[in-house]
Design a protein around this ligand. Sequence first.
Ligand code: ADP
Ligand code: GLC
Length: 476
Amino acid sequence: MKVLFATSEIAPWVKTGGLGDVAGALPAALRALGVDVRVLVPAYPELLQAFPDAEEIARPHWLGGLLPTPAVREALAPDGTPLLLLDYPPYFNRPGNPYLGPEGRDWLDNHLRFGLLSRVAAWIGSEASTLAWQPDIVHCHDWQTGLAAAYLHYLPGAQAKSLFTLHNLAFQGLFDHASLFELGLPDAAWSMEGVEFYGYLSFLKAGLQHADAISTVSPSYAREIQTDAEGMGMAGLLRHRAKHLSGILNGIDTKAWNPATDRHLYRTYSARRLEHKAANKAELQVELGLEQRRDLPLLAVVSRLTEQKGLDLLLEVAPQVLKLPAQLVVLGSGSHAMEQAWAALARKHDGQCAVTIGFDEALAHRIEAAADIFVMPSRFEPCGLNQMYSLRYGTVPVVRATGGLADTVTDAADEKHGNGFVFGPATSTALLKALQRAAAAWHDPRRWRLLQKHGMARDSSWAEAARHYVDLYETL
Ligand code: ADP
Ligand code: GLC
């Protein structure tokens, strides 16, 4: 079975969130099951630097609309996964991140940049392709590659089936009507049964509408998005496609996230050497200018700072949380207002609360290892990876019962399986109560140890998810 995995980010080179982690680890897990997966990803500066010798293996000569003709270069990732780098420097060889310029605003030509990525994915899956390798399935992810399913649907010569994996319904890739022509889509696509969404062209809807199958990243999220309350305008369409929609829980990269071998840590540890975790807390307190206190629980957040993540709820009760008493570390970036609010809190509670604004992979690892409690009060969470990193690092998660958080964290009330603390309503009061429960449990070492052990024993590897994807590929 041959699968083209089309993605707009891939760890460890280019990552803004969980999609990057998934694209960096799932392909190898699929390859281990015998699937011939190759990953199509834009040749961002980081990838050109990592693979300077990537050779050109194809160049489509015409893609329609105003789309340029890029080169496709081939490279081999260290884990053995072949990468197809979509090389068109005017689009992808830029500073900033894949979606935003250095000033934090969306690139104005994102419809063309990700339209091109989608179009080339469809080209590789069609008889027009000049590549020797022909995929049976084009597996696309989120709005950035959603249009691939539409191209495979509307253009003649499609050979591959399509699977669209939804990582987040909040990002819909909406562009104006004129982009239909620029992207080389036929007029017929401009309809309710096509890519049109309330007067806009939606890349996300294109994927949901036209993919042969749809998956999302947890069973709970697959159910939630079919309700009007959580479907973000797509619930009707998702209900309509329910027979072709499934939820497959993400795994994590258990090599990159292993406390026993993690090179970013001050001191490695394991479930049997759990006492060594404490050194990470002591060192991080020094690194971030917190008081060196062993007698206080250290709470942590590593997150995008957006509405989705519900961190405004934590901000509201932060003074009470610090009075538990507890310490708090936050690493995040996102909305300017949230960044400012967190920075202000840290200034006010110097020594007890440390806030780092930015994206820092190594620090994220050190925080996971150092913290006692990890906080994720998300309003919605398709899967969430940090709670799984936390479980593996013996850092007890406090989460809201939504999406993948509900599917991975079991409340401490269940003495046999409990590995964290779960609360229901998206309110600061409910969050505070859960944090109070967690802090009380932390002061009872035997109870805490049990929660940690349950979490660390959980199998979060990609093997199980990969088997589900293979089953799904087979149905196609
Ligand atoms: P989402 O994709 O919605 O942001 P996930 O929990 O699936 O949420 O994945 C987020 C990933 O991004 C995790 O690997 C997390 O550690 C990482 N991450 C988020 N913010 C930062 C940051 N400021 N610095 C370093 N890593 C971060
Ligand atoms: C999205 C979601 C997150 C999920 C990730 C990877 O960014 O917000 O919950 O874990 O994709 O699937």
